[in-house]
Design a protein around this ligand. Structure first.
Ligand SMILES: [Zn+2]
Length: 282
């Protein structure tokens, strides 16, 4: 699941390899991928890829007067390939064929088509509803006052920090790491944190997302692999000892994600009820 560090490293690698490349043609084999129709995708033919940036978990590719905004959702990848895709590749959602023979390809694993893209006038990106709704960037982390204002909501930290309108870039993997690093319960409410706790959270967001990016810079070469070597310490590690205190990492299973935490350091020693288990036991 690509979150801010994974999208950022992909954007940096695509920029390094293909900035200045000219698009020969663009097509969208994914029937529902393009969420915009004016300008048409054909308008990218002949355009030069000038910038590869990011806003939250969205890619923003700049082609002069046009910009392509891409959201990978949970199973998409945006990668540069040396050769063109077979049109039978059912994972292809969007293909940007470059004049030099390479191809920038949006692919999506699984059967669902959820990844999407919009082609917009570059001046309209900030006003686009998907971009305009985003909260402050998670990395580099906002200042203490800005973060305190963003999370001043009576909602649990786990869903609150994953809400892109609150802060942009954190998802199901990094939220576990950030809360563990800050020693905060996923069930504390944002509005309940005192200023020291907000600062701990701010530093945890900055160090974990920034640390992941530094890690990727060292281990990832020109090609970003499908599965990134995410430097996770507690996420998906339930049953293993906490790397800091040795307590068993616990998990709570929700419908489409798992929350992991250290009971000793985050929830006052309490092991919280796993809703999946309690449902099974009924
Ligand atoms: Zn611990």
């Amino acid at each position: 699941m690509p979150e801010l560090p994974e999208v950022e490293i992909a954007a940096r690698r695509i920029a390094r390899a293909s900035a200045g490349a000219r698009v020969e043609s663009a097509l969208a084999p994914g029937m529902v991928t393009m969420k915009s129709f004016d300008p048409p995708l054909d308008a990218l033919a002949g355009a030069v890829l000038e910038q590869v940036g990011r806003r939250g978990k969205l890619f923003v590719l700049g082609f002069g007067e046009l910009a392509l905004v891409v959201h990978l959702m949970s199973a998409g990848r945006l990668q540069l390939w040396d050769k063109r895709a077979s049109l039978r590749d059912r994972a292809s959602r969007l293909l940007l064929r470059l004049e030099d023979g390479r191809e920038l390809r949006l692919r999506e694993f699984g059967t669902q088509q959820r990844a999407w893209a919009k082609l917009l006038p570059a001046v309209g990106v900030e006003e686009d509803e998907a971009v305009a709704a985003l909260g402050p960037e998670a990395w580099p982390a906002p200042g203490a006052a800005e973060l305190a204002a963003a999370i001043d909501q009576p909602r649990h930290l786990h869903p609150l920090l994953r809400d892109q309108r609150t802060i942009a870039g954190i998802g199901r993997s990094w939220v576990d790491e950030v809360l563990w690093t800050a020693r905060l319960s996923p069930f504390r409410k944002g509005s309940e944190l005192n200023s020291q706790e907000v600062e701990r959270l701010r530093q945890a967001i900055d160090s974990r997302l920034g640390g992941a990016l530094e890690h990727y810079e060292q281990v990832i070469g020109d090609t970003v692999p499908d599965k990134l070597p995410m430097p996770l310490e507690v996420h998906r590690r339930s049953g293993e000892p906490c790397p800091r205190c040795g307590t068993r990492i616990e998990a709570i299973h929700f419908k489409d994600y798992v929350l992991c935490y250290c009971p000793e350091e985050q929830t006052g020693g309490r092991v919280l009820k796993d809703r999946r288990l309690s449902r099974l036991l009924k």
